[in-house]
Design a protein around this ligand. Structure first.
Ligand SMILES: NC(=O)c1ccc[n+]([C@@H]2O[C@H](COP(=O)([O-])OP(=O)(O)OC[C@H]3O[C@@H](n4cnc5c(N)ncnc54)[C@H](OP(=O)(O)O)[C@@H]3O)[C@@H](O)[C@H]2O)c1
Length: 253
């Protein structure tokens, strides 16, 4: 497939590398200058593109920027992008980073807000695994303990295509329902960054409590920031699991 990725940080850069390794044609764009973008593209084995080019002649566009950057994207970004091009949103809202977005704070589902900002339907994917999990936790489809990723959206055919990309990245897929249900894998839920297999993730998605999620999210950030030494990746996953006693992989910490 032909994939355009905006945002080349921990998530977008990793997706770019994985999609290129899987044989897809990948273009990337970020907020930096073109020289640096060219160097990064070479390192990742992909093509550097400006904002107009990155969305041109592609099958899928992946937005992997902080939520606060979504409204800064050009108003006409999708003006010439055909309707059948799939837009994927990887974002997670964190008030400490993304400032106050009142509608989200008042309960609007994050990717529903993103979709409204863009004026395009989006599929939410690649948001419920930590960057390090995404970079190094992928496995072959027949691996017994393969980690699963949630994919939400309102277009079943688009979700199927995105599920194929997630599989190429090394993860099983759980269809988490419509975009309005995607709060079930936002920060502060049992499905968020807890490295579960398919059956466990289905359970975790069902166990989420919408009103509790922002409270748990902010508590988690506060506690992680207060740690005297930088927690390892394994510690963060363990910490996330322990926020929910019902989490199938929860253990006391
Ligand atoms: N990190 C994780 O563990 C994780 C896990 C799942 C989902 N997510 C979510 O995925 C999104 C990306 O996360 P990340 O960790 O990859 O962030 P990151 O490392 O901070 O990278 C953000 C990227 O967005 C680019 N960017 C920002 N504003 C832009 C604009 N207006 N136009 C084009 N590019 C722009 C940045 O460009 P420059 O490179 O030029 O600065 C950078 O490449 C966030 O919403 C995050 O919450 C993160």
């Amino acid at each position: 497939m032909k994939i355009g990725i905006i945002g080349t940080g921990a998530i977008g850069g990793t997706i770019a590398k994985k999609m290129a390794s899987a044989g897809h044609t990948v273009k990337i764009n970020n907020s930096g200058d073109l020289d640096k973008l060219n160097a990064l593209a070479e390192e990742l084995g992909v093509i550097a593109a400006d904002q107009k080019e990155v969305v041109k002649d592609v099958d899928v566009i992946i937005l992997s920027v902080p939520t606060i950057a979504i409204p800064t994207l050009p108003n006409d970004l999708f003006a010439e992008v055909p309707e059948n091009v799939i837009v994927v949103d990887t974002s997670n809202y964190y008030p400490f980073r993304d400032a106050d977005i009142e509608e989200i704070k008042n309960g609007k589902v994050e990717s529903v807000w993103v979709s409204e900002q863009l004026g395009r339907p989006v599929i939410k994917a690649f948001n419920n695994l930590l960057a390090e999990t995404l970079a190094s936790g992928g496995k072959n489809p027949d691996a017994e303990d393969r980690i699963a990723m949630a994919v939400a959206g309102d277009d079943a055919a688009a979700k199927k295509i995105v599920a194929g990309l997630v599989n190429d990245a090394g993860y099983d897929v759980v269809d988490s329902g419509s975009l309005s249900e995607s709060w079930r894998h936002q920060p502060g839920t049992p499905a968020y960054c807890t490295e579960l297999d398919t059956e466990e993730l289905k359970q975790a998605l069902a166990d989420g409590v919408k009103e509790e999620a922002p409270v748990k999210r902010d508590k988690a950030i506060k506690e992680l920031s207060a740690m005297t030494s930088y927690p390892s990746h394994a510690d963060v996953v363990k910490f996330n699991r322990a926020l929910f006693s019902k989490n199938p992989k929860s253990e006391k910490i």
